[in-house]
Design a binder for this molecule. Structure first.
Ligand code: ADP
Ligand code: MG
Length: 245
């Protein structure tokens, strides 16, 4: 065998919301250390797809395995959630907990780390994302960019094998976008496997190994950033790029 075991395998995944079909047969294999950027029009199923990958939304047809663990109903839910870190557009920090408490909560409760060990690790992660000095503040006392960096540190504290990002910079003021993208670039360079829904083209060109273009619940293009931005094949991708460029 020349390749490592894939970390994510999705086969023919479908998802319905009532009579509406949000995912229409999505198949994808992601290798360890790959950085995959997902783009596409609003409503094309990007969020729905990455939410199925850590079972935030169950899929209703097809198969997903993460690091060899099948995602089938409730059975492996805790295991999967430990393997997959997720960062949302809206930060989703616990407002009544300090930065440090936000980061240590899951490692102490789920991973049964001691408070001292979890705090030491949390401080290391805060240093890594450049906001060690904010450890004892509450989320509302931080800027959006700082809150998003806390959210990244919190996800990393569980030592995930994969990180999923859903438009992590879309809610940020322009001057804060870079500080979050810089953290994500460092993470990518460190070898983290990442799936990132973003329209930040600079980021995609610099760090993505692959671009997936979603349209109406399907992946209609799966290619390199170079090929995607210079010669999009699909007519919907061409139309989309002409609007955002
Ligand atoms: P994207 O992230 O690409 O903008 P989404 O995955 O959020 O798109 O949504 C895909 C489609 O599924 C949209 O038409 C959306 O309205 C629909 N959808 C998403 N979540 C739900 C839900 N919980 N209930 C009903 N429809 C939903
Ligand atoms: Mg979305």
């Amino acid at each position: 065998m020349t390749q490592a075991e894939p970390i994510i395998v999705a086969k023919d995944v479908e998802k319905h919301f009532g009579s509406f079909q949000a995912l229409r047969g999505v198949s994808l294999t992601v290798q360890p250390r790959e950085v995959v950027v997902i783009i596409g029009p609003s409503g094309s199923g990007k969020s729905t797809f990455i939410r199925t990958l850590n079972a935030l939304d169950p899929h209703d047809h097809g198969a997903i395995t993460v690091d060899g663990i099948p995602l089938d109903g409730q059975r492996h839910l805790d295991e999967i959630r430990r393997e997959v870190g997720m960062v949302f557009q809206s930060f989703n920090l616990f407002p009544h907990l300090t930065v440090l408490e936000n980061i240590t909560l899951a490692p102490t409760r789920v991973r049964k780390q001691s408070q001292a060990d979890a705090e030491q690790r949390a401080l290391e992660l805060l240093r890594r994302v450049g906001i060690e000095e904010q450890a004892h503040k509450y989320p509302a006392q931080l800027s959006g960019g700082q809150q998003q960096r806390v959210a990244i540190a919190r996800a990393l504290a569980m030592d995930p094998k994969v990180m999923l990002f859903d438009e992590p910079t879309s809610a940020l003021d322009p001057e804060m976008i870079k500080e979050v993208l810089d953290v994500m670039k460092e993470l990518a360079r460190s070898g983290m496997t990442m799936l990132v829904v973003t329209h930040e083209m600079g980021f995609a060109r610099e760090v993505a190994d692959r671009i997936l273009f979603f349209d109406r619940g399907q992946i209609v293009e799966d290619t390199t950033p170079e090929a995607f931005y210079n010669h999009p094949q699909h007519e919907r991708a061409q139309a989309f790029l002409s609007k955002i460029l």
